[in-house]
Design a protein around this ligand. Sequence first.
Ligand SMILES: Nc1nc2c(ncn2[C@@H]2O[C@H](COP(=O)(O)OP(=O)(O)OP(=O)(O)O)[C@@H](O)[C@H]2O)c(=O)[nH]1
Ligand SMILES: [Mg+2]
Ligand SMILES: [Zn+2]
Length: 372
Amino acid sequence: MTPDLSSLGWDDELDRWAAEVEAAVGGDGQPAIDSFKGRVARVSRGFSLVFTGGDAILAASDSTRTRTELEPATGDYVLVQDSETDGPHILDIAPRATALTRRAPGRVPGPQVLATNIDSVFVMHGLDRPTNLRRLERQLVVAWESGATPVIVLTKSDKIPDPAELQRTVDDVAAIAPGVATVTVSTVTGNGMDDIAARIPESSTVALMGLSGIGKSTLVNLLSGGQVQRTGEVRAADRRGRHTTVTRDLIPIPGRGHIIDTPGIREIGLWQAYDGLALAFPEIAEAAAQCRFADCGHEAEPGCGVQDGLASGAIAERRLEHWRELMAELELQESQLSEFARRAESRDRADANRRRDSERPNRRARRKGRRR
Ligand SMILES: Nc1nc2c(ncn2[C@@H]2O[C@H](COP(=O)(O)OP(=O)(O)OP(=O)(O)O)[C@@H](O)[C@H]2O)c(=O)[nH]1
Ligand SMILES: [Mg+2]
Ligand SMILES: [Zn+2]
C-alpha cells in the first residue's frame, strides 16, 4: 500500500486538472477512460513507479500515448491510463508547482529535472569534511531557482564535538546564506533530529541535495523508521562517498510528509537560474537595483549601487566575485543556447533546400514526359 493521495499532496486543484484531462480524452464530457491519479516516486529506464494511494504501479511513458512533451520526474502528479493490451502508461503530467532543475551533464545545453512539487530543498553539507562556501552558494542558487524554500542542513555534527567550533562553522555558513535557516543534525547522537522532522510537515515534500557520502540516505532511513534506502561507507582517504544512491526516490515519512532522496552530485550546473542567483545573493541584487544605469557593469560607472555596497561593507568582495562568475556562467549558457538554436535553424533550412532540390529533377522529368 502507498500513502493516500491527500498525504501525497494531491489537492482540489489537481482534482480539477484531472477532470479536465479526462474530459478532453473521453470527449463529450464523458470520462471514457480508466485512469488512476498518482504521484511519481521513481523514474528508471523509461518506467515510472507511481504511488496511487493503493498499490504502487509501474507505468510506461512513451511519446505516442502521453499527452505531454514533458518527461516524468520524481514528485510529478500524474494521471495513469491502463490499457489491456499494453499495460499502464502515463497519460498526462500536472503543471509543476516547483521544480528542482540542473543543467544536464554534457556539452549540449539542456535542463535535467531532479524533483518536482517540492516545498523545500535541504542543501546538505557533511561536517566530516572542510566547508566549501562556494559550493554551498552554487547549490543555494539552484535550490532558490526551484521555487521552493532552501534550508541548509549540516550533517554529522558529531564530527565537531566542540560546541564553540561547531557554532563558528554554523555562523560562517549562515553568513553566506541570507534568509536561509541553517540547522545541524547527527544521525549518531540524534542532535537536531526533532528540528529536521518539524521541517517536513504533513503532506509536504522535501528534496535532498548534496555530495555523495554526507548522510542523505542515512537521515531518510532514520526518519522513515526503516532501512528503505541503501547507505554506503565513505572512503577514508579522500572522504568521497561511493554514490550509493542512484535513483531519485520519493519516500514517505510516517506522520510527516515526504522526502525525495537523490544521488550525490559533485558540481551542480546552473540552468537558467537568474532568479535563483538574485535570491541567493539578495544584498547584491538589491544594491544593483539602485544603480543609475540599467546596464551597469558595476565596475566604475557613476552612481553604482554595488560599488556603494562594497564601500559601505554591505557587500563582501568575495561574494561579489562569485556572483560575477555565476552570472557569467548564466550568460555564457544563454549565448550557447542561441548559438545552438541558430545552428538548428540553418540545419532545418538546409534540409528543406535539399528536399526541394531533390524534388526538382522529378518535376523536370514529368514536364519532359508531358512534352514527349
Ligand atoms: N559520523 C556520522 N556518520 C554518518 C552520519 N550520517 C551518516 N553517516 C555515515 O556516512 C556514510 C554515508 O552515508 P549515506 O547516507 O550513504 O550518504 P549519502 O549522502 O546518501 O550518499 P550517496 O547516496 O552516495 O549520495 C555512512 O557510512 C553513514 O553511516 C552522522 O550523522 N554522523
Ligand atoms: Mg544516498
Ligand atoms: Zn552598478
